[in-house]
Each structure stands twice: as structure tokens, then as C-alpha cells.
Design a protein around this ligand. Structure first.
Ligand SMILES: *Cc1c(COP(=O)(O)O)cnc(C)c1O
Length: 800
């Protein structure tokens, strides 16, 4: 029997939906309408929606099996998926059914919806990019699987106590996760430690990886892909009954606890290497489980290893999954008995690598001693790959010892370490940066030697964001206006159609509707102050992103307000959002100072109605979806040459915020598209910034030479803000690694232009519409199309 035809189709009417909801409440949740809690109702709703997607998933899987296609596998240590309920309602076409069905059963839809918890399995931009790419892969009908780790505790919950960041664990799946399909029977065993014997690696410790998957539906198509997440489990024999019987309860479960620690917690830092062995274990755990699963899928329909690269492309999202390269070598050479050269050729044709940084300190390295102890066979393999690499370098550049030293997979000084980025470049057929400028800087600085050796390996794929998530779901009001302006909602699958809004920028009634959508979004945020410009800086806290520059501007505005009201400008609400890594002291000091400045300004009646600083805690996707629609001004003010791309900048431009920014990351491409006249540019460019850094940079000379800057820093130093933030001021005056003071004057002047533009609301709205109209390029659908064209070479498969 063909089960696909045998499946009872799920109803597509409101009445059938309500019926399914009721039967799921009884049969799967095991309760009744009378005794059901809101949590019961939420989980039942999730199951009812999930079933509809699961039916599509079954058809997708059948189509994939039949066509034996080329697969795109995305390996990422992070996925910042965002809340699932609203998305899955939209993608299953049931958004309009759910509230009525819930009400009919006596539940409050808003209360039920509020129980949806976002899986915070990522830190920031890198994890959110992974989620947007999965969304677009499914929307474009590409056979794809995302692999990641199901951390018990995701990115920490941030709160403020006396203005200071406090971190609390995020037990996101405490109530269980109704969107997930666990598959405990599909475990893979993973080894660590041990030694290399005559027949290969003999691990000294073993644990199991247990998968579960979440459905990743495409929008406006039948395809439903999956993201498969691994959870560490102790092997069955790890419980020590003998010790338990002897009353040694903690010792009895010690092994199990140790094993399960591997997927316990997401490391709350995406920019510096923590040096913790547990993190390396996580990386190998992800890679080992995922490769085994990829090979299992390959074997459904294929037998010959020579076909593997034609059927498989594996994208490494940054260096975290780079151990996949030696692991696949090990599987092919030690277990499948291929010869080294054949295995290396397969590996080299299978992997591709996305680099996400330019910060040298964020290029991952691991001590040889740590890696060799944890993964002795992999270290041997890395050495052999290195022999091949250095042989090639020596024959191309005879006598160039310095070059050999720079390119080696092993750094020698001050201690021997494995350079994961070099390994990733060596073991892949394609390496991409994430914006034009970033990709250029990668080949001219970070990877210049590799780009000289293998120029064809490097390419650019500019990041993008999902228009479904960050326009349609985040901003339903603006989405309806866009749809009515364009005459159709086809823009949600082809964002270049937003160009059709450009003529409407000249239509005063459209402009007035556009403005009311902004006002509505501000009111929904509780920032309904109608005249005030909402100035938004939301992103992780990092000194290179320069929240401290925004802060100096706020202090200057406050001082003008008190001393020179004529120069103040327009009423503003400045909104910050973002977390600092728990160990990143300097970033936490900036957070504390922002909160102190906010409190000082809030307590000053002179500032009332003119200047306000708000900092809602715990910035995440849920909060981003509320803030971004309301923003008038988008702060993208990193030191040029440091931000790889940014994606927050794209989300904000698509929602009609105007950008004030440096020529950094994707800002460059945003400005090219929206037009220089609709973008507030300031500051040093990447070349000038690098030159100033190399010269004898004296931040104090800017302080001495600019009365307003001096006044702002003096205010901090003299304790105006409750005595808080001295260390921030000192660090700026003494070192200022990211050239904050050098860019201060240009920034404040550009902000004066912003204020002037705001006073002409018709002009501002025109600029706002043109920003959205010309940002269609920044859809992650376009990003995926570029990956398909430049890297993946996979073709769509549509379910019958
Ligand atoms: C988009 C996004 C980011 C990335 O923001 P950038 O401004 O590009 O650094 C970080 N966190 C969340 C929750 C996001 O949605």
C-alpha cells in the first residue's frame, strides 16, 4: 500500500481544525476541556498545527527519496529560530482558524499564544542567519537538513539589577517542546580520548547522540524540511547500580551526568574562543553525529563513495564544525578503507566554509595538547593534511619560510595550537565572506596567503533575512499596507518586488498610511510618544559595535538640552537592546553606564518629553520582532572593517528605518541600494581606520580638541551618572581600541542631520519608504539563490 495516498488528509476548514484541536486535547494531551490548563491548550494547538506540517513533511520526504537529489547540509553550532507558533500558523495557513477554535473551547487565545517560548539555541547574528537560511532553503524547495545541538540551556536570560546585567539560565524546554520529534531509537555513538592502535582509534570514553527534529516549512510551497538537533545521552550501561545500592547516589550517576553535560549549555559568546575542552567536545559531538546521519541518508539510494560529492554539499557555518573535515577523512580512510588521496578528493569536493569574522581574536585555535588528548586520531589526520598543504606551499613558493609558517595548520608560538580557519580553508572547495566588503577584506588580509595560493576558492555571498519572519510576522500592519500598495502579496516570495513601492513614496496618502503604521508599532511597544524619533541600537554588546559611541552622543544631547537648548534637535527616544557575554567585563560596564545615564535623564524634569533612554532586557528574536517595526533610526555604527555583515541593519531597513552608519559590512551595500541621499553616513572608512590604528593613535587629542566630547567624558569622570562608568571613560581615553573618539565628531554632526531631516515628516517618510522599497536584495531567499549559484549547485525538488 502506498502510505502517502493512504494518509487521511487533515481538514482545511475552521470546523475541521476545531475538531482536530478537540481530539488532540483528549487523545494526545490526555485531558478534557473542563480540566485543561492554558499550557494544555497551547501544547494541543501546537500539535494540531504541527500535524498539518507533518503531512507535508511526509510528502516532501517521499519526493526527496524518489529523486535522489543533491542535498545541502548545513552544520551550525547555533540556531536562533525564534518563536515557532506564529510562524507555523502562518506557514500552515491556519493563522485565522486558531483564535476562533481556542475561543470555542473556552480558552483565551492571547494567554495561550504567550506560552510559546523561543528556542534560544544561538547567540546572535550567526545563529539567526542559520535560521533564515533554513527558512529560505525550504521556501525555494531545496532538499536540505540543518544540523545542530539541542542545548538544554540556551542563551542566558538577561535582567538588570541596579543597572547591571545579571544572567540566568534559560531552561527553554522546561515544559517540553511540542514542536519537536524526538527519535531516541536513532542514536549515534560518539567516542572521545583513548589511543590510536594498529586498527585505528580506540576511544576511551563513549556517549550517545540522540536526535530530535523540528519542522522547517517553506512559505507558499509544500516543502517542509527539518533541522536535526543532537542531545548527549549516557550509554545504557552508565548507571552504576552497585554504587547506588551502596548508597553512593551521586557517584552512581556521575558518568551519566558527565556525558550529558556535553549538550547542557550553549556557550554565551560568539566572538572569542573560550579555551574550554567542553566546547571542543561539543563541536566534535555535533560533527560526528551529523556526518553519520548524512552518510546514512546517502546510503538510502547510493552505494559508491565516488558519488558522494555529487549528492552532498556540507556547509560549515563558521569554524565551529570544522572537525567535520578530519572526521570524514577518518571515516573514509579508517572505517571505509579508502586510500588517502581518494578520501581527500571526496572531502575537498564536499565541504564549503562560511567565515563570519574579521576579528583576529575570534579566529578559533585549539591547543595541540588538548585536541590530541581528546581526539588523538584526528590530530594525526590534521598533521597529515598539513604535510600536504605545506608541501604545496613549498613547491609554489620555494624558500619562502615565512609563508609556510603563516599558512601552517599549526601555530607554533607561544604554544602549539591548531588553526581551525586554516583547516577550514584547506579542506573545502569554497570559502565565502558574508558581505562584499568583508569578502574583499578576507582575501586581502585574513586569508591573503590562501587567496594567493587558491584564488578560485574564494567568493562572496551577502547575508540576508527572511521577509516572512522580519516583515510579515513582525510587522503585519506594514505588510498589509505593502500588499495593498503592490496589489499582491507575491513580494513575500520575491522581495525584489518591493521596488514597486518607490513610486508610492510620492503619494501623500500612502505616506500618511505608512506613518500611521510606524506610530501603531511604537504604541504597541509602549513608546507611543507621537512626536519623538525612535532611535534604535539592538545587537550584541561588543566594543567594536560601539554602543559607547551612541552613549557619548546621548550624553552630548543631554548636555545640550540643559545648557544650549537651541542645539538640542528633536525629541528622541533611544532604545538599546542586547546582551554582553558574561565574562566580557568592558561590555558589561557599558551596559551599566547606559542604565545609569537612562536613570539620570529619567529623573530630570528638563528632559521630560524631549529625551528618553530605554533598555528593555533580554533582547532575543521575540523582542526584535516587536522593536524593529517601530524603529525610525537604525544605528549601525561599528568601527569600519570590523562588522562582517550585520543582519540587524537589513531587518531595520526593510521595516522603513533610516540607517545612520559607517561604511562597514553590509551597510555599504544597503547605502548603494537605498541611495546616499537616504542614508546617514559618517566616519572613517575601513582603510582610514586601519591606517589610524597602525599609526600612533592618541585618543586624548580628540578629547582635548573637542569641547563637547570633553564635556561628555568629563561628566562620566566627575560622577554625574551616580559615579558609574569611570572605567568606560578611562578605557576610551587611554586606549580606545575601536576609534570611538576619532569618529565622535562626525557621528554627532551626522545625528544633527538626522534631527533636521526628522523635522520634515513628509521628507522623512519618503526616505523611509525608499529604504524599504530598495532593500529587497536583502532577502535570505536571494542569499540562498547566490549560494546555489556560487557554491551549492543544488536544484529544487517539489513534492507531488
Ligand atoms: C538579527 C539579530 C541579531 C544580529 O544583529 P546585528 O545587528 O546584525 O548584530 C542579533 N540578535 C537577534 C535576536 C537578532 O534577531
Amino acid at each position: 500500500m502506498d502510505l502517502r495516498n493512504g494518509l487521511r488528509p487533515l481538514g482545511s476548514t475552521p470546523a475541521e481544525f476545531e475538531q482536530d484541536l478537540l481530539s488532540n486535547l483528549y487523545y494526545r494531551r490526555g485531558t478534557t476541556v473542563e480540566s485543561a490548563s492554558a499550557q494544555d491548550a497551547y501544547e494541543t494547538l501546537a500539535l494540531t498545527v504541527r500535524d498539518r506540517l507533518a503531512a507535508r513533511r511526509a510528502r516532501t520526504a517521499a519526493a526527496h527519496y524518489e529523486s535522489n537529489p543533491r542535498w545541502v547540509y548545513y552544520l551550525s553550532a547555533e540556531y536562533l529560530l525564534g518563536p515557532q507558533l506564529e510562524q507555523n500558523l502562518l506557514y500552515s495557513g491556519t493563522t485565522d482558524f486558531a483564535p476562533a477554535a481556542l475561543k470555542a473551547l473556552g480558552f483565551d487565545p492571547a494567554e495561550v499564544a504567550a506560552l510559546d517560548v523561543e528556542p534560544g539555541l544561538g547567540n546572535g547574528g550567526l545563529g539567526r542567519l542559520a535560521a533564515c537560511l533554513l527558512d529560505s532553503l525550504a521556501t525555494l524547495d531545496i532538499p536540505a537538513v540543518g544540523y545542530g545541538i539541542r542545548y538544554d540551556l540556551g542563551i542566558f536570560k538577561q535582567s538588570f539589577v541596579n543597572g547591571e546585567q545579571v544572567e540566568e539560565p534559560d531552561d527553554w524546554a522546561f515544559q517540553g517542546d511540542p514542536w519537536e520529534f524526538p527519535a531516541p531509537d536513532d542514536r549515534h555513538r560518539v567516542g572521545f580520548y583513548g589511543h590510536v592502535g594498529p586498527d585505528g582509534w580506540v576511544p576511551g570514553e563513549q556517549i550517545d547522540g540522540e536526535p530530535s527534529h523540528l519542522l522547517v516549512p517553506g512559505y507558499g510551497t509544500e516543502t517542509v524540511n527539518i533541522v536535526r538537533l543532537w542531545r548527549a545521552r549516557a550509554c545504557e550501561d552508565s548507571f552504576d547500580l552497585r554504587r547506588f545500592s551502596a548508597g553512593q547516589y551521586a557517584e552512581a550517576v556521575e558518568q551519566a551526568v558527565k556525558a550529558e553535560n556535553i549538550s547542557k549549555v550553549l556557550y554565551p559568546d560568539d566572538s572569542t574562543e573560550s579555551g574550554r575542552e567542553l566546547r571542543l567536545k561539543q563541536q566534535y559531538f555535533l560533527v560526528s553525529c551529523s556526518l553519520r546521519d548524512i552518510i546514512r541518508r546517502f546510503r538510502f539510494r547510493n552505494h559508491d563513495w565516488a558519488d558522494f560529492p555529487a549528492k552532498t554539499v556540507i556547509q560549515l557555518n563558521d569554524t565551529h564544525p570544522t572537525l567535520a573535515i578530519p572526521e570524514l577523512m577518518r571515516l573514509l580512510v579508517d572505517e571505509e578503507k579508502l586510500d588517502w588521496d581518494q578520501a581527500w578528493s571526496i572531502v575537498r569536493q564536499t565541504f564549503a566554509y562560511t567565515c563570519h569574522t574579521l576579528l583576529p581574536e575570534a579566529l578559533e585555535t585549539w591547543p595541540v595538547a588538548v585536541l590530541g588528548r581528546l581526539l588523538p586520531r584526528h590530530l594525526e589526520i590534521i598533521y597529515r593534511i598539513n604535510d600536504g598543504l605545506l608541501g604545496e606551499v613549498r613547491s609554489r613558493f620555494p624558500g619562502d619560510i615565512d609563508r609556510v609558517r603563516r599558512m601552517s595548520l599549526i601555530q607554533e608560538e607561544p604554544e602549539r595550537r591548531v588553526r581551525m580557519a586554516n583547516l577550514a580553508v584547506t579542506g573545502t572547495f569554497a570559502v565565502n565572506g558574508v558581505a562584499e566588503l568583508h569578502s574583499q577584506l578576507l582575501t586581502s588580509t585574513t586569508f591573503d596567503d590562501f587567496a594567493t595560493l587558491w584564488p578560485d576558492r574564494f567568493r562572496n555571498v551577502t547575508n540576508g533575512v527572511s521577509p516572512r519572519r522580519f516583515v510579515r510576522l513582525a510587522n503585519p500592519g506594514l505588510s498589509s499596507l505593502i500588499t495593498s500598495g503592490l496589489g499582491s502579496d507575491a513580494w513575500l516570495r520575491d522581495l525584489s518586488q518591493l521596488e514597486g513601492l518607490a513610486p508610492l513614496a510620492e503619494d501623500s496618502s500612502f505616506r500618511s498610511q505608512w506613518r500611521s503604521e510606524k506610530r501603531r508599532a511604537k504604541a504597541a511597544l509602549g513608546l507611543g510618544d507621537p512626536g519623538a524619533l525612535l532611535d534604535v541600537m539592538v545587537k550584541r554588546f561588543h566594543e567594536y559595535k560601539r554602543q559607547q559611541l551612541k552613549l557619548l552622543h546621548i550624553i552630548t544631547l543631554y548636555q545640550r538640552l540643559r545648557n544650549e537648548p537651541g542645539r538640542f534637535g528633536v525629541p528622541r527616544t533611544v532604545l538599546f537592546g542586547g546582551k554582553a557575554a558574561p565574562a566580557y567585563t568592558a561590555a558589561k560596564s557599558i551596559i551599566r553606564l547606559i542604565n545609569a545615564v537612562a536613570a539620570t535623564i529619567a529623573a530630570d524634569p528638563k528632559a521630560s518629553g524631549l529625551l528618553r533612554v530605554v533598555f528593555p532586557p533580554n533582547y532575543n528574536v521575540t523582542l526584535a520582532e516587536k522593536i524593529i517595526p517601530a524603529a525610525d533610526l537604525s544605528e549601525q555604527i561599528s568601527m569600519a572593517g570590523k562588522e562582517a555583515s550585520g543582519t540587524g541593519n537589513m531587518k531595520l531597513a526593510l521595516n522603513g528605518a533610516l540607517t545612520i552608519g559607517t561604511l562597514d559590512g553590509a551597510n555599504v551595500e544597503i547605502r548603494d541600494r537605498v541611495g546616499a541621499e537616504n542614508f546617514f553616513l559618517f566616519g572613517l572608512d575601513a582603510t582610514e581606520a586601519a591606517a589610524l590604528r597602525r599609526s600612533d593613535y592618541q585618543p586624548r587629542s580628540y578629547y582635548d580638541g573637542d569641547a563637547e566630547l570633553k564635556h561628555a567624558l568629563d561628566a562620566i569622570l566627575s560622577g554625574t551618572f551616580g559615579g558609574v562608568g569611570q572605567e568606560v571613560a578611562h578605557s576610551l581615553l587611554d586606549r580606545d581600541e575601536y576609534l570611538t573618539l576619532a569618529d565622535y565628531r562626525a557621528y554627532v554632526d551626522a545625528q544633527d542631520e538626522v534631527s533636521a531631516a526628522w523635522t520634515d515628516q513628509e521628507r522623512w517618510t519618503r526616505m523611509s519608504i525608499l529604504n524599504a522599497a530598495n532593500s529587497g536584495f536583502f532577502s535570505s531567499d536571494r542569499t540562498v539563490a547566490d549560494y546555489l549559484d556560487r557554491v551549492w549547485r543544488a536544484t529544487p525538488v517539489r513534492p507531488a
